[in-house]
Design a protein around this ligand. Structure first.
Ligand SMILES: NC(=O)c1ccc[n+]([C@@H]2O[C@H](COP(=O)([O-])OP(=O)(O)OC[C@H]3O[C@@H](n4cnc5c(N)ncnc54)[C@H](OP(=O)(O)O)[C@@H]3O)[C@@H](O)[C@H]2O)c1
Length: 236
């Protein structure tokens, strides 16, 4: 299993739990010091590659090298994401969110899809968000980027079926999960313990579910958002 964005939060916990469950795990991220520390601690079944997903060609090359180092890949988890970024202007910040969450995602998704087509099987897991189910005034590019991920993966599930490809596409939709991303944010509720959230996520990945709400209770919120009239959502 290769986890893109394994240096903190959900991705790091997923790497730890997957290793405990017997997977050979590859992790990536820009903070190479964290990857080195994880390697030291987690041992021979953990492989890593420094990677910035916005350097598209380099990131795809690094993915290919990591696959080779690990002797293959059956599952890729496209977890890297940001909700904010220090920048000189709002537009520059929003562009960076799109570069990581959308463009980086698409580039690595495409690379993994081609690899799995050649191999004849595989699973691509993307991490969207409950925030992708509606436009949020506090995080326009973030919520839009997560809607993109969910819609994109739904389209690829259809494509895999049409092409009769044995490639599963799993959309993990978290509510709030303890991590650096939500540190200091106010007004959050049902913030899940990271270990519990990742345990559920891993279970659903193994079941090859099309969609996984993490934690489960967020399915209720997703349903509420879907049935709430637009004029109410527009006033949030
Ligand atoms: N926590 C939540 O409540 C929540 C809710 C819904 C969805 N999510 C999603 O879950 C995923 C993981 O987030 P998290 O909460 O665990 O936050 P996090 O602790 O901030 O983890 C983000 C991960 O993404 C990587 N990343 C960010 N920018 C990158 C870049 N340019 N190139 C390569 N890797 C990059 C980070 O690695 P480096 O910084 O080392 O590069 C890190 O490993 C994200 O996609 C997020 O949108 C989180």
């Amino acid at each position: 299993m290769i986890i893109i964005g394994a240096t903190s939060g959900i991705g790091e916990m997923l790497a730890r739990q997957a290793l405990k469950d017997g997977y050979i795990v590859g992790g990536t991220g820009r903070r190479v010091n964290r990857l080195e520390a994880m390697k030291e601690e987690l041992g021979e079944n953990f492989h890593y590659s420094e990677m910035d997903v916005t350097l598209f060609d380099q990131a795809k090359e690094q993915l290919r090298e990591l696959i080779e180092q690990m002797g293959g890949m059956d599952i890729i988890v496209l977890n890297a994401g940001i909700s904010n970024h220090p920048a000189s202007s709002i537009t520059a910040m929003e562009q960076m969110v799109i570069d990581v969450n959308v463009s980086g995602f698409v580039q690595l998704f495409g690379e993994a899809f081609q690899y799995f087509r050649n191999q004849g099987h595989g699973q691509i897991v993307g991490i969207s968000s409950i925030a992708g189910l509606f436009g949020s005034s506090r995080a326009a590019p973030y919520s839009a980027s997560k809607a993109f991920i969910s819609t994109y993966m739904q389209a690829y599930r259809q494509r895999c079926r049409n092409l009769k490809q044995d490639i599963s596409v799993t959309d993990v939709i978290p509510g709030f999960v303890e991590s650096e991303m939500i540190e200091g944010k106010k007004g959050l509720f049902w913030v899940a313990n990271r270990e519990k959230a990742v345990r559920q996520m891993l279970h659903d990945i193994e079941k090859k579910k099309a969609v996984s709400y993490v934690t489960r209770r967020w399915r209720l919120i997703a349903w509420l958002i879907k049935v709430t009239p637009r004029f109410i959502i527009d006033r949030l």
